[in-house]
Write a protein that binds this ligand. Structure first.
Ligand code: NZQ
Ligand code: ZN
Length: 390
């Protein structure tokens, strides 16, 4: 087991009607002037935003709001939010929505605490992030896991780059998780969320380290739970029990706990981010479209690891050697994505067949213009990345 630090300070309020506690939680975490950030309208339509505003008013909290966050959120809108937050002297940022809204709120929080710095500099690493503003979350989709995660992902449309920032300052101070708030989700978003939760666990599971009994066992339990409840939720997205499990797994899958003691891999996420940056495809869909090609390319590094995944997660045992069982696990995963209606190749993702120049460019961008490799299970350079994309 490798050394690790585990510090997850997010206070979680889980269950029915928990959004009613929003004002108390903001006050408990020192907020007086709140910038409420939301998305394209689902939280307005469902009446959730009005309920939240009422709670803030009743508690005597000052607030303003910023809507219009889109999936694959942009640094531009976050910059606009920074200006608004500074102008209103905000001391708390409240995200009402999914990963895109939460990541925008995190960007605003960082900019608000560091006036004069362009927030994209934190994402490129040009400037170190040393302070931020507290962020609280009312979650409406079990998916990205940003409500407890240490990361935030924004897209800079000027240079066509989607990039994650990893920092302990990204952990929200509280997260309200009411599964009923997800009942208005379109099926496609439910499926994208299930895929992302699985991938947050798989990107931590397929690693070189094999001496992490606790982390591996937690990961396998989480994967089995998501697979079982995902099948129920995709048939009935208003199944409270199934959505509860998914919502809690969404947070646990990305609060670091299933990856403690190892370095993580994250290649599939990086491969997917380039697709989202270029084609604006949903995050979950970018992952399901890439996973099979990554898995088939890398599994021979350690077929035993994939065979363990087959046996412990899918209860699949080809009864032959590990290699056959490993391949069976890849088939089972792809069949599951298909059962959710998720794309498993570029055509199904709706981006057709890409030409050589486009594939070269994707691979080059994935290396941050030649500056890095990705992955740890197998370290992937630009050539290998290009092979996987093709
Ligand atoms: O904008 P609205 O109208 O709210 O609609 C959203 C959006 O269209 C809709 N939605 C959310 N809750 C709803 C709802 N519609 C009806 N009823 C509800 N209750 O769902 C759509 C997708 O929302 P989004 O926030 O984009 O989804 P998700 O949570 O999957 O977030 C995806 C983003 O998070 C990033 C992704 O790359 C992507 O940009 N990620 C963030 C991570 C992190 N910060 O830790 C980790 C992830 O790996 C991921 O990269
Ligand atoms: Zn993800």
């Amino acid at each position: 087991m490798r050394n690790f630090t585990y510090y997850v300070p997010t206070e979680v309020e889980f269950g029915k009607d928990t959004e009613h506690k929003v004002a108390d939680l903001i006050q408990k975490h020192g907020g007086h002037r709140v910038l409420v950030v939301y998305g394209g309208g689902s939280a307005q339509k469902s009446g959730l935003l009005d309920r939240i505003y009422k709670r803030l008013e009743d508690a005597g909290l000052e607030y303003q709001s910023l809507g219009g966050v889109k999936p694959n959120p942009t640094v531009d809108l976050a910059r606009k939010g920074v200006e608004q937050a500074i102008a209103m002297k905000a001391d708390f940022i409240l995200a009402v929505g999914g990963g895109s809204v939460i990541d925008t709120a995190k960007g605003i929080a960082h900019g608000n605490a560091n006036p004069g710095t362009d927030i994209w500099d934190f994402w490129t690493g040009t400037t170190n992030l040393r302070q931020s503003t507290p962020v609280g979350v009312v979650l409406t989709i079990p998916a990205a896991g940003s409500e407890t995660s240490a990361s935030a992902v924004l897209t800079n449309t000027e240079i066509g780059q989607k990039r994650g920032l990893s920092s302990e300052f990204n952990r929200p101070v509280f997260a309200i998780l009411n599964p009923e708030l997800t009942f208005t989700l379109p099926l496609y978003q439910v499926a994208c969320g299930i895929t992302d939760i699985l991938m947050h666990t798989l990107d931590r599971y397929f690693v070189p380290e094999e001496d992490n009994e606790t982390s591996d066992a937690l990961a396998e339990a989480l994967l089995r739970t998501v697979i079982r409840n995902g099948t129920i939720a995709i048939k009935n997205p208003q199944d409270y029990q199934a959505m509860s499990e998914l919502m809690w797994c969404g947070s646990l899958s990305h609060n670091s706990i299933t990856g403690l003691g190892s370095r993580g891999d994250w290649a599939v996420h990086q491969l997917g981010h380039e697709l989202s940056a270029k084609f604006d495809v949903a995050h979950g869909a970018s992952l399901s479209a890439m996973w099979k090609f990554w898995a088939l390319y890398v599994y021979q590094v350690n077929p035993r690891r994939f065979a363990r995944y087959a046996r412990n997660v899918w209860a699949v045992d080809a009864g032959r050697d590990d290699e056959q069982t490993a391949l069976a696990s890849i088939e089972a995963t792809v069949a599951y994505f298909k059962s959710l209606g998720m794309p498993t190749n570029f055509k199904e993702l709706g981006i057709g067949t890409l030409g050589d120049a486009e594939l070269d460019e994707l691979a080059y961008r994935c290396t941050y213009f030649g500056a890095r490799t990705i992955g740890n299970f197998m370290v992937l350079d630009q050539k290998k990345i290009r092979d996987i994309y093709s």
